[in-house]
Design a protein around this ligand. Structure first.
Ligand SMILES: [Zn+2]
Length: 153
């Protein structure tokens, strides 16, 4: 049931003009509480999304640390030590240095993954995910090779 906004007379639902005063009938769309709630919820979600967009620059320093450790282990393991002096490359000290750097790399890559999971749970993305996966593979490889070298020579 609708009423004239000017004189308050009851009008037919499809009336274009008021029968009493001749005023034009303007239909104002009624917004239900359910619609209002939905709109508010949607607005909140947009704000959350915007917030996460602004947080795209989260830092994960463990990634760089793991890269440095793994690369140093690789360089020590691959360096042509024989050019400098025989036996340096296969010395116990060198093999221990390689394995320690590899383990340091493993530790930092584990931390990097933990920090990334935390960032993911907060903002829905991970920092340099592909690089972390790649360094993880290299770190495991160097650790296994280091262990092998340590116990077989
Ligand atoms: Zn009227």
């Amino acid at each position: 049931m609708i009423y004239c906004r000017k004189c308050g007379a009851q009008l037919k639902d499809n009336a274009k003009f008021c029968d009493s005063c001749g005023c034009e009938v303007v239909k104002i769309k009624q917004i239900s509480y359910a619609d209002q709630y939905k709109a508010k919820k949607h607005a909140n979600r947009s704000t959350t999304l915007q917030k996460s967009m602004h947080k795209k620059d989260e830092k994960n320093p463990y990634i760089a640390a793991s890269i440095v450790a793994v690369m140093m282990a690789l360089i020590l393991a691959m360096f042509p030590w024989n050019l400098i002096g025989k036996g340096i490359g296969t010395s116990l000290a060198m093999r221990i240095a390689v394995i320690l750097l590899a383990l340091l790399g493993d530790y930092h890559i584990t931390k990097a993954k933990q920090v990334n999971n935390l960032i993911f749970s907060k903002y829905g993305y991970r920092v340099k995910e592909n690089i972390v996966s790649f360094i993880n593979v290299i770190a495991v490889f160097v650790t296994i090779m280091g262990m092998f070298a340590l116990f077989t020579y």
